[in-house]
Ligand binder design. Sequence first.
Ligand code: 1PR
Length: 535
Amino acid sequence: SAERSVVTLLDYGAGNVRSVRNAIRHLGFDIKDVQTPQDILNADRLIFPGVGAFAAAMDVLNKKGMAEALCTYIENDRPFLGICLGLQLLFESSEENGPVNGLGLIPGMVQRFDSSNGFRVPHIGWNALQIREDSEILEDVGNHHVYFVHSYRAIPSDKNKDWISSTSNYGDKFIASVKRGNVHAVQFHPEKSGDVGLSILRRFLNPKSQITKKPVEGKASKLAKRVIACLDVRTNDKGDLVVTKGDQYDVRENTKENEVRNLGKPVELAGQYYIDGADEISFLNITGFRDFPLGDLPMLQVLRYTSENVFVPLTVGGGIRDFTDANGRYYSSLEVASEYFRSGADKISIGSDAVYAAEDYLRTGVKIGKSSLEQISRVYGNQAVVVSIDPRRVYLKDPDDVEFKAVRVTNPGPNGEEFAWYQCTVNGGREGRPIGAYELAKAVEELGAGEILLNCIDCDGQGKGFDTDLIKLISDAVSIPVIASSGAGAVEHFSEVFRKTNASAALAAGIFHRKEVPIQSVKEHLFKEGIEVRM
Ligand code: 1PR
């Protein structure tokens, strides 16, 4: 067979570029890694997926002599594709921990999104583009959405307008991609944008496949509401890793044997949900709190295999905390998270350990910086850290009966109680803690969480709809995205949660596993209801 073509990848080791590698390989290309500045100059085709913080990236590029090589390569109009920070670094400067100078090839400063007008930062999710003519690699995008995750962006101006190949809207209009000659860069993640993203990469890798088609003149776009498929994963009694699903967190069958409910194989199901149009996939290692996850190699394998064929964001949670094993070897939560990232996760999700961190923070008023949440968010950025909240509803006659934030509930409690507070739990709902979901959400936002996965034990597996009282409470309290979870039973539950609350995404498990409601039907329903979704 013909030799596979080679693409050069600039990975300066500051973070996870596994998904870019997977996408390149999936498209049939081999990867040559840049080791020296000369490798940049010798490249036929260079992909630069920037990760981490702007200043740190510039530092590495300067120290390794790669900044100059990159400028020369780009100024010589050699085929280049920058991704995310790989676009931002082309600009003159960034205000991220700065101002810090960039490569200075494109006029303008990269600035933080303005969150003052209610737009949540980071900008996480699927947005459509307004594409200019001659964008070449964006030809197939049309009105499709692509996946963004960033807190900083460059703004179009007279000085940089010749570079702009597409813009998008989030609060204001920002630069979604640039192009000049053979040089391209995109703010979004083609490697996480499903088929549309793969086609962008394919066009860059295979310029011969380019036919100059007129791009669709897009309209101003809104961030799409995401539909997430969640796989609760654990080892069953036979020792196999299975997708399971609880009823109010109880995952054992109601039989004499009491076996763990088995709804399928994790890699297969995740692959199916990707094909079915899930905007994101979450794996929760639900016994991670007691079984050390790095001992749980099958879970890491699940991530590795899944990320080879699934090109939407993957989140993994369960067991992220400091741990000392039976031999006395100590593992930091950061090591656990790093292993998850290396195996293909885009985000990690922290449950129990975030509750303890929030309790400490609220008690002392001091951010120690040592919690798993703070450490992982410092190293990987807050967009990579989700906090999973597992609250249980506690009804109240009088909201002043507790020191925690209570709400008036839509459906009164068993004794006619009109109020409730939402008590956080740890260890898969087994232990209630002295902190409410509201207090926890606000604390973890301050500690560096980039997103909240909001479950509700009472609703889990019931199919009666999301707890919109809870979701409204939390999504109004924080300015990071909130994922509504637990209780979806019909397509109408999704439109209801988006209409009644400020949730950015809705997650479901049971209805997808049992094939009661396909993801596509959820999307079609939302679309019909006038809610922006990725089709
Ligand atoms: O505490 O950091 O080790 O994280 C443990 C993680 O595992 C947490 O994210 C916690 O939510 C999750 N978890 C622990 N035990 C269970 C259980 O079910 N016994 N699952 C569990 C949480 C909730 C959702 C579920 C939605 C939607 N499951 O993941 O998918 O409720 O379900 P539905 O659509 O069927 O209603 P740590």
